[in-house]
Design a protein. Sequence first.
Length: 289
Amino acid sequence: MVTWKAGLFAKHGLAIERPCIMGGAKGVVRGLMSGEIQFGNMAAPAPLRANLKGEADLVFLTGGINQQFVIGRPGIKSREELAGKKIGLVGDGGLNDALVKFIIEKLDAAGIKGLGAESIAPGGEAELEALLSGKVDAVVGTPPECIDAHRKGCQYLIDFAEYRLNYALGGIAARRDYVERNPEITRKFITAYVEGMHRYRTDREFTVSVQAEYSGIADRTVAEETYDLTQPGMPRVPYPIVASLQTLLDFMAKELPEAKNADAKNFVDDRFVRELEENGFVASLEAKE
């Protein structure tokens, strides 16, 4: 949205309508495969699952999904207190589910036993209600929703950056055949997107305004806190993170036989981002700061 609002797609020769809201990662996958959209920003589980099942052939061209946290209900102040407790599970097979199952296993291995999954409704408001009502003791959340939870007494217990999973489990994806047929359009799109990420990282006022408008945030301070929480971890160059995608694939293999022995490198095409770093484009943006 920052890239679009800043006019950077147009600057690099693309006439893009207002970005479409596709109803989550599964909707983005459907939109890419139907040709309704050519590029999609989404979390990794849905496209990886579609690829592995032979329903799609999508590649990640960049990284760049928000940070994720485990948030505890009021009164729970440490991860150790999650032993024997309940964590919310949306149950749609998406990023929430993958991270919930991942963290249950990681905490169990660390001696924090008995954390169980409890079904909850999807969406930030529903997750917050589940926390505040005590239906669950923790949820996996992302800004800006988790900021509202924190203001209401909920605590950040785990940052998935600890497992090198921040800004790593998703990004811009496209159909492999579309990229091969349209390398110049793809190059223009990724060039604009990389410049947009730079604008995000370096122009707090503009980015906060876009965030407030796009997310429908009535309280501008929530958008400001979202920016301050997420900006420091944003990558200078948004490569798809193969190692993190491999971590996800290896975890998915526990329930999805097709993921066994899958190589994350097969689902990544980082040549356009690499080109922008090697040809000095990224450095030229930084020189203007």
